[in-house]
Ligand binder design. Structure first.
Ligand code: PSU
Ligand code: MN
Length: 321
């Protein structure tokens, strides 16, 4: 019997990314599309609450006027736009890998599956021709970074990836001022949405001040179009929760301090830190951080849909080819 070819040999004719029919049709017609990441589903929200959240986030993008394209790698294939069954896989598999940009070649070459972070989602979205992306909170500089060197790969990825990302700031488990300094160094454009205070993820205001704000989706789309003409790299639109919806401040400060101590004591390192801390917060707050996390992602998804629609109407950039 002739030997079977080794399963890990990549097919040189295989596309880099597979677009769902709906996403491919929208991009070809110049209709607005919003990329969504899957790490926030698989590693940021607990099972089984993550599965209905995935549908609600996609529905929020549609409510904003765009087609949602959730991104994940399944059996070595980067998918842009997932079926319901593929979303089930992402949300149900407790062993699903967390893939940053550096992990993508391994997953693709070896036929593995994984959820994509902000960094790898942005890269795959840009490759697919999608210019607008929604998430919860960006990764950034961790509070003990002077000792651990722990800084999310999201930051350097945004420095070189041409797209706009809507977020509620950076996760407040991080060192927010240090993260803003790094975004400045990396020349990532940061604008507040109707505010010049940088949001604090679970809370409306991180205390940090921004130089710029945009007043509506049209202004955000215009900033994206200008960035696309002028320089590679991303535009961050920081969209705060309304004060009435934020997490109680004293609960916020207490559970975050506890979660960071627990991570330290458990010796958690590397890419396990963020999922560990988020999970600790969801349990320590009795689900309060989970509810706020989902609420802010939904708001970001809807705003991203509106910005993508405004950007498509400009007739500029990859999403309106
Ligand atoms: N936003 C959320 N929840 C999350 C994340 C973002 O509301 O879980 C994820 C994103 O995928 C982001 C990642 O890229 O956390 C950052 O992980 P790290 O700190 O290991 O770079
Ligand atoms: Mn890290």
């Amino acid at each position: 019997m002739p030997p079977l070819p080794p399963p890990s040999v990549p097919d040189p004719s295989a596309p880099d990314v597979v677009l769902s029919p709906e996403v491919a049709g929208a991009l070809a017609a110049g209709r607005p599309v919003v990329a969504l990441e899957s790490t926030l589903l698989a590693h940021g929200l607990p099972r089984p609450d993550n599965r209905p959240a995935a549908d609600r986030v996609e529905a929020a993008v549609r409510a904003g006027g765009a087609v949602p394209a959730t991104i994940a790698v399944l059996d070595g294939v980067p998918h842009v736009g997932l079926t319901a069954g593929q979303l089930d896989r992402v949300c149900e598999d407790p062993g699903l890998a967390k893939l940053g940009v550096r992990d993508l070649p391994v997953a693709v070459a070896l036929g593995r599956s994984g959820a994509t972070t902000v960094s790898s989602t942005a890269l795959l979205a840009a490759r697919a021709g999608i210019a607008v992306f929604a998430t919860g909170g960006l990764g950034g500089v961790h509070r003990q970074s002077a000792d651990t060197f722990d800084e999310s790969a999201d930051l350097v990825a945004l420095a070189r990836t041409p797209l706009l990302v809507v977020c509620a700031g950076v996760k407040s488990i991080l060192d927010v001022p240090a993260t803003l300094e790094r975004l400045e160094t990396l020349s990532v454009t940061v604008v507040g949405y109707r505010t010049t205070t940088f949001p604090g993820f679970y809370v409306a205001d991180s205390g940090a001040v921004l130089d710029w704000s945009v007043a509506d989706p049209q202004e955000a789309a215009a900033v994206l179009a200008a960035r696309q003409r002028l320089a590679p790299g991303a535009v961050v639109v920081a969209n705060p929760l309304p004060a009435a919806e934020e997490l109680d401040r004293s609960l916020h400060d207490r559970v975050i301090a506890d979660a960071l101590t627990a991570a330290e004591e458990a010796g958690v390192r590397g890419k396990a830190v963020t999922p560990f801390v988020l999970d600790h917060l969801h349990r320590a707050s009795g689900g309060a951080t989970l509810a706020v996390n989902v609420a802010l992602v939904l708001r970001n998804a809807e705003l991203a849909g509106r910005i993508a629609a405004a950007h498509a109407a400009l007739g500029a950039g990859p999403s309106s080819r």
